[in-house]
Design a protein around this ligand. Sequence first.
Ligand code: ZN
Length: 601
Amino acid sequence: MGRIPQHFIDELIARTDIVELIGGRVPLKKSGREYKACCPFHAEKTPSFWVSPDKQFYHCFGCGKHGTALGFLMDHDHMAFPEAVEELATRLGLEVPHEGGVDRSAQRADEPLYELMARVAHFYTEQLAREPRAREYLAKRGLTAATCERFAIGYAPDSWNELLRRFGASDGERKRLSEAGLIIERERGAGREGEHYYDRFRDRVMFPIRDARGRVIAFGGRVIDAGEPKYLNSPETVLFHKGRELYGLYETRRARRNLDRLVVVEGYMDAVSLHQAGVEYAVATLGTATTAEHFRRIFRLVPAVVFAFDGDRAGRAAAWRALQQALPEAREGREIRFLFLPQGQDPDTLILAEGRSAFEERLALAVPLSEYLVRELSEQGDLGSADGRARFAEQARPLFARVPEGVYRELLLERLAQVVGLSAARLEALWSTGKSDAPAASAPARPSAAARPARGAGRGSLVRQAIVRLLHFPAIAPEVTAAERAGLDASEEPGAALLRELLDDLRARPAQIPAQVIQRWAGHKDSETLQKLLGREEVITGAAAATEELRAALLKLADQAAGRRLEALEAKSRSGSLAADEIEEFQRLIERLSHRDARGG
Ligand SMILES: [Zn+2]
């Protein structure tokens, strides 16, 4: 994907009404110039969540959450940035441009495919209404009509060319059907004249697979009676990459406002049954092992995930593969656990038999990743013998090496060392001199000191006053003269560097509303500081007064810096002599500060 140009994001922020956007999700009440509600991000009885139409910004005084319309979609609806951009653009009827141009045309070319998939999904749901056998099958599996509707479950008729007939009248249409993976090309010579293709899905219950925005990108089909294969998925297409998608994610996001964990199961029937029973945070991998990409998607949304696998051999093998993919993602603050169901049970049958609370009790008892790792490796040998422990250490080593540096890694090392009966330091030393061809585990590094939060301006300080005015009235930045801006260069006040950067940015790229500034600075190291200042500080005056206040603050900062420089030169002149240019500077500073005194500053 090409980069989304900044001017487009500016436009989205300027044209979106944050009150309407949030108001569609949270009941807002007008209060003065702003709107308030009970915070959707933390539990509370009296409202401390405020939405400002002037700033196009929301802020919670309870939990400190804040952000722009884009930030809200990312935090509240768990969207990734490009999805949130798409969502706002769709609301405004705009097409998202991408720099580079190539992807733009690719995206446009995909558009009819999405439409085609939507029409086919609708066709399948219509067919379900006409096919009692399919409906009886779903009823027998315990699915209600409401659940079928929620997941848009349908039926592909028992025909080799029904889809072709309805959706593939022209060569172009057949090409699209083939690109979407809905029809299959025959071997050359097979079939009658004109029958080059046949329907991929025939006599199957159809589960549309939707992307995060709810667009149908693929289908999974299950046979009704006996037949092979039991499950058939769409092939990889331009829309569908199965190693990336999680079935049920769209429905999960729609069902749950505050998502704190996901359950990952293996089949779509499992995911649908769990949702129906009230476990509305279940998603399924699509006939593929859990991939690194899955993990990245999961942890962008939630800090905790439980894998529920069947208790049989295949389930255990799948769990072990998932563990290996999980190791690079393991770190403090994340929870990765594994639930093994009783032999012969899967989540679908179990939830029907036991109900939601019993299933959630099982989830609560799921085994943490580290314990699962220890348990699996322990079973390979006798830990009572020195040989067995050595073997354990050898097998654990390449797995441990995949865990990133950090607290979690150190805790895991300690746990593994405990099992082997060595100190953590000893085990690590052993590993680093060992002869295995796995990458040696390096010593855990301390977190870098560079990650410290930037020093913000003190409450009420001149720097803070200036930043707050710029944030609330970004359009006033070009009013600052070059001389006023230059006076800030020598300032060493806390936060002066941030003020300089913000001022320069806004003079170069003028912004009209606060949220535009926040959105542009997203990802900057001082982004949080700016959001807090915008959320918590109020500027009662209008833009004209704010301009005067900003200029006054800049002037005072320049004076302060001049005063400090003067003191330094004075001190130097007492202990020695000043160079010619220093004497000149000294005189300029005296001049400047006497003017200040005349101003009464
Ligand atoms: Zn809150």
